[in-house]
Write a protein that binds this ligand. Structure first.
Ligand SMILES: Nc1ncnc2c1ncn2[C@@H]1O[C@H](COP(=O)(O)OP(=O)(O)O)[C@@H](O)[C@H]1O
Ligand SMILES: [Mg+2]
Length: 244
């Protein structure tokens, strides 16, 4: 389950700008998949189309064999119905809310019972190793802790699929290293299907089961980290991994 299928997905902005073109990809259940490529190659747009925050203009997107977006058939499932968690680069934790309130927010919106919210938040705080910090405000937390709150909020709805867009780029190198391991650990523990966007090849290779190398809105290669490093599919991939 939780398979994601992109079939010839495209995003054509006005003025004939293809942000993403002819993108076809199958993501098996429980896999950690990274979109890797230079700035502007279409990573964020692809992730947002999967979340339903952006509409693909071409092709189809399926989640668990159900079509969630197909412009030709005028089909579109809104984000809140896709059961997908999302964590962005800017932590986007709300400064006026406590840790508890930040994580509880998506559950409140979905009108989950108070008691169940309490339980869920406590449980998720343990997963992200933030127990005991529920009453803090974001300004009383380190950058890494704030990012954990954002992660916890993304996990609050118990999504099967979690999307992360360059979530660690604001952290210093040492913390980044620890968060990479922790995120991978949590992904395995919760058996999440993860789609992770990064321009950092080290990060992609270290964390992923499958790496999707992108350039100019198109897929260059889809392989395991080992395979990509051993046999890059073309000159673009070769240069990209040589030069970082
Ligand atoms: N709202 C928009 N209107 C027009 N072009 C856009 C818009 N958003 C993104 N783009 C273009 O789409 C391409 C892909 O962008 P993006 O998905 O943000 O790339 P990445 O996340 O890999 O850096 C870029 O050329 C970008 O300029
Ligand atoms: Mg981006």
């Amino acid at each position: 389950m939780s398979q994601v299928e992109f079939q010839n997905v495209g995003k054509l902005y006005t003025q004939n700008v293809w942000a993403v073109e002819n993108f076809s990809l199958h993501i098996p259940n429980g896999q950690f998949v990274s979109f890797l490529g230079p700035s502007g190659c279409g990573k964020t747009t692809t992730l947002r189309m999967l979340a339903g925050l952006e509409k693909n203009t071409h092709g189809q997107i399926k989640i668990n064999d159900v079509t969630v977006s197909d412009p030709a058939q005028k089909k579109f499932t809104p984000p809140e119905k896709r059961k997908i968690g999302m964590v962005f680069q800017s932590y986007a934790v709300w400064p006026h809310m406590t840790v508890f309130e930040n994580i509880a927010y998506p559950l409140k919106i979905q009108k989950v019972e108070k008691e169940d919210i309490q339980k869920a938040v406590i449980e998720i705080l343990k997963v992200v190793e933030m127990d005991g910090l529920a009453d803090r405000k974001p300004h009383q937390l380190s950058g890494g802790q704030q990012q954990r709150v954002a992660l916890a909020r993304g996990l609050a709805m118990k999504p099967q699929i979690l999307l992360m867009d360059e979530p660690l780029s604001n952290l210093d190198a040492k913390l980044r290293e620890k968060m990479r391991r922790d995120i991978r650990e949590i992904q395995k523990q919760l058996k999440l299907t993860m789609v992770y966007v990064t321009h950092d090849q080290k990060e992609a290779f270290q964390m992923s089961d499958l790496v999707v190398v992108m350039n100019k809105g198109q897929i260059m290669q889809v392989s395991s980290p080992e395979q990509i490093q051993k046999s890059p599919a073309n000159d673009f991939v070769k240069n990209f991994i040589d030069h970082e």
